[in-house]
Ligand binder design. Sequence first.
Ligand SMILES: COc1ccc2cc(-c3cnc(C(=O)NCC(=O)O)c(O)c3)ccc2c1
Ligand SMILES: [Mn+2]
Length: 256
Amino acid sequence: KVKKEPITEKTPEKKEETKLVDYVTKCLQDYGMCVVDNFLGPEKGNRILQEVVDLSEAGQFQDGQISSATLPHTQMQKVRGDKITWVEKGTADCDYIGYLIERLDRLMKASNGKLASREINGRTKAMVACYPGDGTGYMQHVDNPNQDGRCITCIYYLNKDWDVSKHGGLLRIHPSQLPSIAVADIEPKFDRLLFFWSDRRNPHEVQPAFRRRFAITVWYFDAEERRQARKRHEIIGAIAKAKKQAMAPSSSATRP
Ligand SMILES: COc1ccc2cc(-c3cnc(C(=O)NCC(=O)O)c(O)c3)ccc2c1
Ligand SMILES: [Mn+2]
């Protein structure tokens, strides 16, 4: 008697998610980056935007800027003009930002094992960033130039009716994995999700923004790289401690 196999009926959402996982993993493999538009839909997108605007207007953002010490003080060209605040799932008054984090975690968990040899095993909190629109941006940089463990940068944009020709604020990536194209220009559009490898494969910049520009970034960790980074950190800490002890005036020494 043949055992009747249960039909694993995939719900439409399940099918949707599998399709998205296949698209994201293939894109990251082939191009080192991936854009997903209309990720959550307008209702959820608007809820998240409202929470971010409320955070911004409640003065929750701190200056994220790093100023380039090399330039004379007068023309201090800010390396980075964004103001940031960190949000975790469960942060008060951030239920919809929490929902976004939940959806990203699910997507990354489902993508695990399909991202080259990377094993994603954790993430940072969500960094909510606001470029104030004063013409500041972020000079070309690499998110993770020295193997700190972060392997995928994931940015969710919240800017309605963004017109780069008027508002600037373009994200320009100079992908080293794609010699064929010089740059990838990504507009910070509402409900747009962007992934890219956080390491030196993707130097990028935020061009000067002339309108308030919101984004939420989560960095996902690669287990092995994170382990190595922690180990290096511990060794550096141990050396510093040993040095301090060696330099401290030893109590046993008799005062002259
Ligand atoms: C030591 O504490 C901190 C805290 C927060 C930090 C945030 C960034 C960062 C990195 N990249 C971008 C970016 O590329 N944005 C692209 C876009 O918005 O389209 C950005 O906005 C911000 C870098 C260093 C940090 C150090
Ligand atoms: Mn960056």
